[in-house]
Design a protein around this ligand. Structure first.
Ligand SMILES: [Zn+2]
Length: 385
């Protein structure tokens, strides 16, 4: 079996493979994506090709990894000593850099079959409300490792996921090494927001814009990687605006019994109208789910609110919004501004904590629904005045 590539990456992979075959590999590339392009999968495929001891020519006349040699196996299992991963983390006791999170990282990749997004990673390491960054320690490590020789005698590869989250003060350390790396070193950066990557870094890397998958390609990916049947996959692709990482993230939510986007819209409308009896019914429904699911529902609702606030500030956030009804977003965004969002966030965070402490979920949900309704009411009167 040959190395797996996602169909919409083929062309870019072919180009890179040609450059490699002709000995013209750039030393630093930056894969730019918007939401569902799955750049990490491509980065790892490139790493596998470069480390493979026995690459071969396929039918399209492209060099590809053999997928069988021990190097290929190690890259696939994240154990190759010359393929290094850096990604945003939060500092905790005994955890200061990406390596300290390596176990969580590989669990996360395996669980999601490498179709990953940052919000899901942040939740995975339980870092909601903290600013996850690529740490200064990681920048030091990159510089040090780049100067050492490779373990297996081939390429040394640095995959840096979410480059826009590079700790700014530490970035200058990287400039020189990215500009003039030792031989046989490749930096593969990935970003969801090219505008936020420091110009000094960007200018030293070859930027590659990844195309998004078509809905058909997303459906095919879901059926193949997650053994989903075609109709289910189509429904998800439609419901989640063809955003593969968000779909994959949701597949793992214990077969989530409801569509959270629909729940969120219903909840916010009822809260605004202060329909106590209907809110009580909704609280009963909420209470019928397990605590983990209750928490996930609230976390995702909170993310929807953040996304709406971002729209109000003209910050592009394709992520998530296409899951919501456009009219709802238009109606609702008046109530999500700098005054209301801190209050609402605190209320929801507090509720999540109380659910974790085994509080009465029905009461908690009913209570925050009324509180959020009051915030909307207050805002509504202010707007009218
Ligand atoms: Zn191989």
């Amino acid at each position: 079996m040959s190395q797996k590539l996602l169909s919409w990456h083929n062309k870019i992979f072919d180009n890179i493979s040609k450059q490699y075959a002709e000995n013209k590999m750039p030393h630093a590339i930056l894969l730019s994506q918007k939401m569902s392009e799955c750049a990490f999968v491509l980065a790892k495929s490139i790493a596998q090709l470069l480390e493979c001891s026995n690459p071969r020519i396929n039918n399209e006349n492209t060099l590809e990894a053999c997928d069988e040699c021990s190097s290929c196996k190690k890259v696939k299992e994240y154990t190759h000593l010359d393929v290094h991963y850096y990604f945003p983390i939060i500092k905790r006791k005994n955890k200061n850099c990406s390596d300290d999170y390596f176990q969580e990282w590989t669990d996360f990749l395996k669980l999601n079959k490498e179709i990953i997004e940052i919000n899901s990673w942040i939740r995975f390491i339980d870092a909601a409300n903290s600013q996850a960054i690529i740490s200064a320690e990681d920048c030091d490590r990159i510089v040090n490792i780049a100067q050492e020789s490779s373990y297996e005698g081939k390429y040394k590869i640095f995959i840096i996921w979410e480059m826009e989250r590079l700790f700014h003060a530490a970035a200058p350390k990287l400039l020189k090494i990215i500009e003039e790396p030792p031989a046989n070193t490749l930096f593969i950066g990935i970003t969801d927001n090219l505008d936020l990557v420091l110009d000094t870094i960007k200018s030293r890397m070859q930027i590659i814009h990844l195309p998004a998958p078509s809905p058909e390609e997303s459906v095919a990916t879901l059926t193949e990687l997650f053994n989903m049947d075609n109709a289910d996959a189509q429904k998800l692709v439609f419901n989640y605006g063809n955003n593969l990482p968000r779909i994959v993230d949701n597949i793992h939510k214990d077969n989530m019994p409801i569509l959270i986007n629909e729940f969120f819209i219903k909840w916010m409308r009822l809260a605004f109208q202060m329909k106590a009896y209907d809110l009580l019914d909704l609280a009963t429904e909420f209470n019928s789910f397990g605590r983990d699911i209750q928490k996930m529902i609230l976390i995702q609702c909170s993310q929807y609110i953040d996304a709406i606030w971002l729209i109000n500030h003209n910050i592009p956030t394709a992520l998530m919004l296409n899951e919501l009804d456009e009219k709802f977003v238009q109606d609702f965004k008046k109530f999500i501004d700098d005054d209301t969002i801190p209050e609402i966030s605190i209320i929801i965070d507090e509720a999540i904590k109380n659910i974790e402490r085994n509080g009465d979920s029905k009461l908690i949900f009913f209570d925050i629904s009324l509180k959020i309704g009051q915030i909307f009411k207050k805002k509504y009167f202010l707007i009218r005045v």
